[in-house]
Design a protein around this ligand. Structure first.
Ligand SMILES: NC(=O)CCC(=O)C(=O)O
Length: 265
């Protein structure tokens, strides 16, 4: 299985329309890949809160239309990162979209954990409720977004729902690159999944993005890691490695599901 992570630059110097055109053209250039992944909120900008009301769109809005067409033209599964979704009642969500090779929307995940500690996303958006996995022709894909990386219970839920690969679009700040590196490897290793984490680069909302998109295998080894410029990282994933590792190092079998709280003396 061949996957590409398109590490887009999301910079205050260009517009959502320009980025949409650029992303569509980069996706069309990935014919022959099985899966292509884009970053979090790459149209509006994950840290450009002042753009969200303006750039919010319905789940079948302009980003979905452009990405569906690009997926179909390239014949790839496309994880189109996430968009600022405007729900039926006007509520905003951070929503990831997964299209199949025919451009059909096959997965939609509303980010469960909102970043901001009572500011930004945590106040402007509503969190989702559902764990989402999608069967594909190369394995079961689980969906998570950026800050979700800090919550292992979501990844355990994705594992229990059958995930063999988790795609994580992100807009992680450069200042916390150490956390990004640790968490991406750890989530892949603990769930014994491939983890494809596609981060934005560039600066918007005064926040410099980390870049360093990474593909990690179930052993916790990075198959490839991007730098800090806009670039496409392409890796080969041997999906059979998931079953092999789960059988050769069967730690998941040793889970104790009901751990009692320690007794106080
Ligand atoms: N966009 C995000 O979810 C940011 C997460 C973040 O900055 C962090 O967890 O640290």
């Amino acid at each position: 299985m061949r996957a590409s992570l398109i590490q887009l630059s999301v910079d205050s110097s260009d517009s959502a329309d320009e980025r949409r055109r650029r992303a569509a053209s980069l996706v069309r250039g990935r014919a022959g890949d099985d899966l292509v992944v884009l970053p979090e909120l790459w149209t509006a900008g994950a840290w450009a809160y002042d753009r969200w009301e303006h750039d919010a769109e319905k789940v079948d809005g302009p980003t979905a239309a452009a990405m569906s067409a690009a997926a179909r033209e390239a014949g790839v599964w496309l994880h189109a990162g996430s968009v600022v979704e405007r729900g039926e009642d006007g509520t905003l969500y951070n929503t990831a979209l997964l299209f199949d090779r025919a451009g059909e929307l096959r997965g939609r995940y509303r980010k469960i954990h909102r970043y901001g500690f009572d500011t930004g996303e945590a106040t402007l958006m509503v969190g989702g409720d559902d764990i989402v996995t999608v069967p594909t022709d190369f394995g079961v894909v689980g969906l998570a977004i950026c800050y979700d990386l800090r919550f292992p219970e979501l990844f355990r839920g994705l594992l229990d729902a059958g995930a063999e690969l988790v795609a994580v679009p992100a807009a992680w700040p450069a200042a916390r690159l150490t956390h990004w590196r640790l968490l991406t490897r750890t989530r892949a290793l603990e769930e014994q999944v491939f983890l494809l984490a596609c981060c934005a680069t560039g600066t918007h909302g005064d926040m410099r993005q980390a870049g360093h998109s990474v593909a990690v295998d179930p052993w916790g080894t990075a198959l490839g890691e991007a730098g800090t410029a806009e670039e496409t990282l392409t890796v080969e994933c041997d999906m059979a490695q998931v079953a092999r590792m789960r059988s050769e190092l069967p730690v998941l079998r040793d889970r104790v599901l009901a751990i009692e709280a320690p007794r106080r003396r």
